[in-house]
Ligand binder design. Structure first.
Ligand code: PHE
Length: 374
């Protein structure tokens, strides 16, 4: 592409009649517009720009000739010159905008990434059934206004037992087959309050997280504590030494046993659907008084009786009760002002029942054929 020629009639200084100048202006304008129109890149346009508006530009040279016109003819030619100049500037600016926009479009096209693309090859993995179950449980409780709290898996004796109204040598400690940690010389984990290094255990339930929450958060408290727990058990179809629990804790003014029953019923239908309901049976836990076991309608037969529920129509889900005043006191909460309830149940067992799995160990052998079903 060539820039506008500088040898147009307009640039010939010999003929300076107004007609010749006006013709030259028209020619320079048309040539300029044509050059702008064919510039295909920013570089080409920049080159055109210098021939249009630079020192040797055709219109510039005509302007120089303006001085030799008689004054009464100058105005008309000058006006035509300005107009031509403005037309060229406008056309140039528009072309520059368009080129910039199309360069941007091209860049976007080049750098486009399909984020929904599924890579070819083996199937991608997914969350483990227990993780999926935990997340669903969390969703349901968060929907009911609970927060989610977590705590350490290695706990001092204080948090796992003593603060929960289970002093040393309390007979009910045998309800939990406990794994003790041998920390050797390391004593930094024992943090006063009964937590001697030799008394560090792998938590046997998620109840110590209740204590940790109540220690730092003044009531009202509405929280759930999901997590991994440990017991000295031999793995069989319904037991694992490592499994998962979810604990619920509510502390507020005027909380009664009816609130506990209502919350569990609400949770049961939100999680399992309207066909499944809950019931409470008297029980004993050192940290709740009164205490109860809570059952739900058998999710397999929906109450009509089957092998899973031993023909009772009910399956046991977990324990619950009103938080014992000693536990509130251990956390510095005034039990005259505040009352609360707690409940806890196993997540793995829940997943097992929901999916009709008959051996808990299958969850942890990491057989992809088993896991990929969920
Ligand atoms: N922590 C008890 C257990 O593991 C369950 C429970 C939690 C019972 C909260 C009552 C209240 O057996």
């Amino acid at each position: 592409m060539n820039g506008p020629a500088t040898d147009t009639p307009a640039s010939a200084p010999a003929d300076v009649s107004p007609e010749a100048l006006l013709a030259g202006i028209r020619a320079a304008r048309d040539q300029g517009l044509a050059a702008v129109a064919v510039a295909a890149t920013g570089d080409e346009l920049a080159q055109v720009e210098s021939t249009l508006f630079g020192r040797k530009a055709a219109l510039g040279q005509i302007k120089q000739g303006l001085g030799s016109l008689p004054p009464e003819q100058r105005a008309a030619v000058g006006r035509a010159l300005n107009e031509a100049q403005q037309d060229l500037r406008a056309a140039h600016a528009e072309a520059a905008d368009e080129l910039a926009a199309s360069a941007r479009r091209e860049q976007l096209q080049r750098e486009w990434l399909d984020l929904t693309e599924t890579p070819p090859g083996p199937e991608r993995g997914h969350l483990h059934l227990v993780t999926q179950t935990t997340e669903r449980l969390e969703d349901v409780f968060v929907g009911m206004g609970f927060t989610v709290s977590e705590g350490p898996q290695a706990e001092t004796d204080w948090y796992n037992f003593e603060a929960l109204n289970l002093p040393a040598a309390h007979p009910a400690r045998s309800m939990w087959d406990t794994l003790y940690l041998d920390l050797g010389e390391r004593t930094e984990l024992g943090d006063g309050e009964g937590g001697e290094a030799s008394n560090v255990v792998l938590r046997t339930h998620t109840s110590p997280v209740q204590i940790r929450v109540m220690e730092v958060q003044p009531p009202p408290i509405y929280t759930i504590c999901p997590g991994r727990v440990f017991r000295r058990d031999t793995a069989d179809a319904s037991h694992m030494p490592v499994f998962h629990q979810i604990e619920g804790l509510v502390v507020d003014r005027g909380i009664s046993f009816a609130d506990l029953a209502g919350t569990l019923e609400e949770f049961t239908s939100a999680y399992f659907g309207k066909a499944i309901s809950s019931r409470l049976r008297p029980s004993y836990f050192p940290f709740t008084e009164p205490s109860a076991e809570f059952d739900i309608t058998c999710v397999i037969c929906e109450g009509s009786g089957c092998q899973t529920c031993q023909r009772t129509g009910w399956i046991e889900l977990g324990g619950c009760g009103m938080v014992h005043p000693n536990v509130l006191a251990n956390c510095g909460i005034d039990f005259e002002e505040w009352t609360g309830f707690a409940f806890g149940f196993g997540i793995d067992r829940l997943a097992l029942m929901r999916h009709g799995i008959d051996d808990l160990r299958d969850m942890y052998t990491n057989d992809i054929r088993f896991l990929s079903q969920f």
